[in-house]
Ligand binder design. Structure first.
Ligand code: ATP
Ligand code: MG
Ligand code: FE
Length: 340
């Protein structure tokens, strides 16, 4: 079974082919980051227009890479939500029209399910059940994943997402959008311990998070210091921010493993690319003897491969692909509303 995957929920256009027997066949991605950087954030109208420009060339590139023909495709999976409505509509219209022309069914996919399952694309995939730490630009959640489609929310952020906190703090430190990865790089040059920032909700006893206060603490630090062009200050502040957020993510993940009694942790979403987070989790895994799995770096942020994979796994789990031609997206869509 060959599944074509289409991702267009935000500022990345991704197309991929996934084979139920052979795994990932080919994938292509275009990131709009450079286009939006000028505005300091994603401009939804520009995002939609750019997805329109990219979908067909990316599809051609994936077909050329794989040596497959459109006629080989058995079903078309695409991101139905959550995300920007205009951006989602581009992927939906493209996928539904293509499937209609090919006389093949479609598989509307939940974007977060794509992120959650993305570690299954790696050479050493996790087995079910596991605890998932989903840390992306728009979400921070801990989940118990028992099987494909069987997700129990254990805790989530009450305000900003982890990626959002990284990006907002990066902006306060004068870094361009999206600053998460740049802040992390800057932090490597910092002196640990010069500043200490709060660890919000570290001892709340539950599995929820709150990061807006941490961002405010960075703002206060910048104001108090006065000279935001001071390189040493910026690196030390970045270091303090990263230490605080990584400690919270680590401790809450450990608590989730303890509460569920599980011994496998899966990290997904853009912040899962963070080196310090990975190093801290790896060290804890060694100490406490649990396994930790990450997606390949290129599949941490948005991509078509995870959407093709999620569509394929859903089909294998008994989901029924639907006839092509309907035209609906779900910009707001809690994962808990996902039908098995
Ligand atoms: P969602 O999936 O919740 O809708 P999204 O798709 O925008 O959000 P992702 O693409 O998974 O989110 O991740 C993007 C986020 O990851 C950004 O906030 C970015 O700054 C952050 N990020 C990427 N690399 C790193 C890194 N090395 N360290 C910290 N944050 C990072
Ligand atoms: Mg993105
Ligand atoms: Fe995403």
């Amino acid at each position: 079974m060959l599944i074509l995957g289409v991702e267009s929920s935000c500022d990345e256009t991704g197309i991929a082919l996934y084979d139920s027997a052979a795994g990932l066949v080919a994938h292509a991605l275009h990131s709009q980051v450079a286009m939006h950087a000028e505005y300091g954030g994603v401009v939804p109208e520009l995002a939609s227009r750019d997805h329109i420009r990219r979908v067909v060339p990316l599809l051609r590139s994936v077909l050329a890479q794989s040596g497959k023909a459109l006629a080989d495709v058995d079903a078309v999976a695409y991101t139905r939500g959550p995300g920007l409505s205009g951006a989602l509509l581009v992927g939906c219209a493209f996928a539904e029209a293509l499937a209609l022309a090919l006389d093949k069914p479609t598989l509307p996919v939940h974007h977060l399910e794509g992120h959650l399952l993305s570690p299954l694309l790696s050479a050493d995939p996790p087995t079910f059940p596991f605890v998932a730490l989903l840390v992306s630009g728009g979400h921070t959640q801990l989940m118990r994943v028992s099987a494909v489609g069987d997700y129990e929310l254990l805790g989530e952020t009450l305000d900003d997402a982890a990626g959002e906190a990284f990006d907002k703090s990066a902006k306060l430190l004068g870094l361009p959008y999206p600053g998460g990865a740049l802040l992390s790089k800057l932090a490597e040059a910092g002196t640990p311990g010069r500043f200490s920032l709060p660890r919000p909700m570290l001892h709340s006893g539950d599995l929820n998070f709150s990061f807006s206060g941490l961002k405010t603490a960075v703002l206060t630090l910048v104001r108090e210091h006065g000279d935001s062009a001071d390189e040493n200050f910026r690196a030390d502040a970045a270091c303090a921010f990263q230490e605080a957020i990584v400690e919270v993510l680590l401790k809450k993940s450990l608590l989730a493993l303890k509460q569920t009694g599980l011994q496998r942790l899966v990290v997904a979403g853009g912040v899962g690319a963070n080196r310090q987070l990975r190093a801290s989790l790896d060290a804890a895994a060694k100490r406490k003897r649990f396994r930790v799995h990450y997606p390949e770096l290129e599949f941490c942020t948005d991509n078509g491969a995870m959407i093709a994979l999620a569509g394929c796994l859903r089909l294998q789990a008994g989901a029924v692909a639907k006839p092509a031609g309907s035209f609906a997206v779900q910009p707001r869509w809690p994962l808990s509303d996902l039908q098995r």
